[in-house]
Design a binder for this molecule. Structure first.
Ligand code: BGC
Length: 348
């Protein structure tokens, strides 16, 4: 069957490959892949900067944002033939650490977790894959191929959960949220913020095109420029760019007792000047918090599924701005100016 594979650590090694049918050891649910989303992590893996092949192998099957249709599932499983499913990305570490042992693999403490399409486990960008029933999440059939947005939605649902848990350490009645970055993660973060009844603001660099339109059709406010010039201080910031200067801007400008949640994985290697004393002073005197958030457990996939099911399907449809057939896979890895979410289609 067809699959996109890569030698992690080796730029230019990605190719459309022929690989064997998925091994039964991967799980007793067999899935036909319909679509796979491309994100910054995939581009990093293809550039040779991230990713690990399965033990004893050179190549890794790419793809961690997926949508598929179940072909075979054992009787009594949570999913059955015909269901639309999304595969969970992370698997608990084998020890397992205290968090992995209770299904909170997104908080793995020893780094020995594995991730499909990223770290030591083949991904979902093959015509078929196998998965353990417990790691396949059913999506609302009404979403159709837009179910491919569930993995990024799960990451954002986790970020919002962190914000709410931290916020509710004291009286918590947030009104204004700022999202930095209007990519798929930022737009989904804005969607969830609007669904929670918050006054949502989104800042990005682009001045026109699809992103500002998507923000305003959500009922949120689009900005370019600095956070400082945006009016009242936000109670919540969901940082979705990983750009160092924006991260510190967010920390500086979040409102009293506010929460800044960092979701962008930066590449490092750039220094900026920060008045660390002043920043510390305002964070202490105003009880502010900064939290990092990565990955998602089953609870967050379920929360993401609820958010997607409640969203306007036309709005979600615009988020998937480009669909590329697997035979033209390399086009999907190119970044084009008006891209939001690019999806590789493996089957109709
Ligand atoms: C994925 C996460 C993963 C992270 C780090 C992100 O792109 O969405 O599931 O944990 O990369 O590997």
């Amino acid at each position: 069957m067809k699959a996109i594979t890569v030698v992690p650590g080796q730029a230019g090694s990605a190719r459309l490959d022929q690989v064997a049918e998925p091994p039964v050891a991967d799980g007793d649910v067999l899935v036909e892949t319909l679509a796979v989303g491309v994100c910054g992590t995939d581009i990093e893996i293809v550039s040779g900067a991230y990713g690990w092949a399965p033990p004893g192998r050179e190549r890794l099957v790419l793809g961690h944002e997926s949508l598929g249709r179940v072909l075979e599932a054992p009787a009594g499983a949570q999913v059955s033939a015909g269901d639309l499913v999304v595969g969970i990305v992370r698997r608990p570490d084998p020890v397992p650490c205290a968090n992995c042992a209770v299904g909170e693999w997104d908080f793995c403490r020893n780094g020995e977790y594995t991730e499909r399409g990223i770290k030591q486990r083949d991904g979902y960008c093959s015509e078929r894959y196998r998965i353990e029933a417990d790691f396949a999440v059913k999506v609302d059939p009404k979403l159709g191929t837009l179910g491919v947005l569930l993995e990024p939605a799960s990451v954002v649902a986790k970020a919002w959960e962190q914000v709410e848990r931290i916020g509710s350490r004291a009286h918590w009645q947030p009104q204004r949220a700022l999202v930095t970055g209007a990519g798929p993660i930022g737009l989904l973060a804005a969607l969830i913020g609007v669904q929670r009844g918050l006054d949502v603001h989104v800042v990005d660099q682009v001045t026109d095109g699809l992103k500002p339109k998507l923000v305003s059709s959500l009922g949120a406010t689009y900005h370019t420029g600095s956070i400082e010039g945006m009016g009242d201080a936000p109670d919540v910031v969901i940082e979705c760019t990983g750009v160092g200067s924006l991260v510190f801007d967010a920390m500086e400008h979040v409102g009293p007792s506010g929460v800044v949640c960092l979701t962008g994985v930066s590449s490092g290697g750039r220094n900026i000047d920060v008045d660390a004393g002043l920043l510390n002073r305002s964070m202490v005197l105003e009880n502010e918090s900064v939290v990092g958030s990565v990955n998602a457990n089953r609870r967050h996939y379920q929360a993401g599924a609820v958010a997607l099911a409640a969203a306007d399907p036309q709005w979600l449809g615009q988020l998937v701005s480009r669909r590329v057939p697997i035979d033209n896979w390399s086009d999907a890895l190119e970044r084009r100016p008006d891209d939001v979410k690019v999806v590789i289609e493996l089957s109709q």
